[in-house]
Design a protein around this ligand. Sequence first.
Ligand code: FCB
Length: 449
Amino acid sequence: MPTAPMPEFPAGFRWGVSTSAHQIEGAVTAGGRGPSIWDTFARSPGRISDGSSGEVACDHYHRHSEDVALLAGLGVDAYRFSIAWPRVQPSGSGPANAAGLDFYDRLVDELLAAGIDPAATLYHWDLPQPLEDAGGWLNRDTAARFAEYAELTAARLGDRVKLWITLNEPFIHMSLGYGIGTHAPGQMLLFDAFGVAHHQLLGHGLAVAALRSRTSSPVAIANNYSPVRVVGDSDADRAAGAAYEALHNRLFTDPLLGRGYPELPGLDASLIHAGDLETIAAPIDVLGVNYYNPTGVRAAEEGSPLPFDLVPLDGYPRTAFDWPVAPDGLRELLGWLRDTYGDALPPIEITEGGCAYDDVPDAHGQVADPDRIAYLDGHLRALRAAIDDGVDVRGYFVWSLLDNWEWAEGFTKRFGLVHVDYLTQRRTPKSSYTWLRDMLAASRDGSAR
Ligand code: FCB
């Protein structure tokens, strides 16, 4: 699909794509990997929409060289992948499992040889099962275990990884994993899940210090944000919008940027020990922003266990996940971050953005995904506009390189620039891959205007 030339991005802007370990690697017992909460969760009947698991996924563990070649062909500057904690520490504590780290060592070297910056996320939701058995993120000790794992990993890879990301989307992990139970580990604690927020943030802060002792590369966290659109005009609707905003957009950012916690129901102050807020507010170099869509919010019905109702937003095209396609939300969100946090806001990189569509190869084996091209085109223009508004954004990572195992949705949601046939593991670059490749090449030639 031809689109008008993309406006130029600032020099040094980092273009990348993102993946996560459990969604692509497979090989769940190779090299001494231990079980994670997602292995357990997927085995429990009814949890995953198509009954699948991440046992094989995209078999990236065995096909990583082919995937690095796809990255090189795309021409990205950086690749954001995640490291599976259960490969590095199969039981969640103790010495590093050398075979687990060897895999990432090879991957990092292959990326560097291809001229691609490795950007490693330490935790993309795959908690070692033995840690969950000991209370998971409700247990304060998990924060200390996470910092220990961060240090072991950076001791091996800290000289070559160019960007470290501690946690991926701690809000989504808390709310879906421990709040409403649709993700692993499947707990339904609603607002009693606050400990999961605090201990993840504490783990992040401790890990920042651990990483700094082993690497001079920049350190970040990747948060999920969603601009709140209040549906309705009553005071109760506005109050519901503010409550949801505190939960989704501020709970994991206010304390990181030195403001302590916003007011929230269920926030159990006894979990916050002396010094925790200082640990959590350790300076970071980059704020990772994952943006997919805005959220419609209105006042909850009488008797609801939550102080808001989430409602579909009208007037937008929708992805196969039924998420609204709203590039304006990205510009709005970036403006909100700048206005809310001012000088405390570090430089931003968009660490995820993308969309699921039901992409099918045609009779010639080609995969045309014009909707994904339109999605990316619209979001990159909105991002450019936010940079013009004065927001310091330095990179954009597309979710995702490959179609992959989309958590509770199994294999039913395809987010890739590259189509994967899960029966044969054949990779086919979609038309969005070609579009992005050509756009990146044009921007390097300086021909993009
Ligand atoms: C994000 C997750 C990522 C993927 C995309 C679609 O919330 O970080 O793993 O599931 O959504």
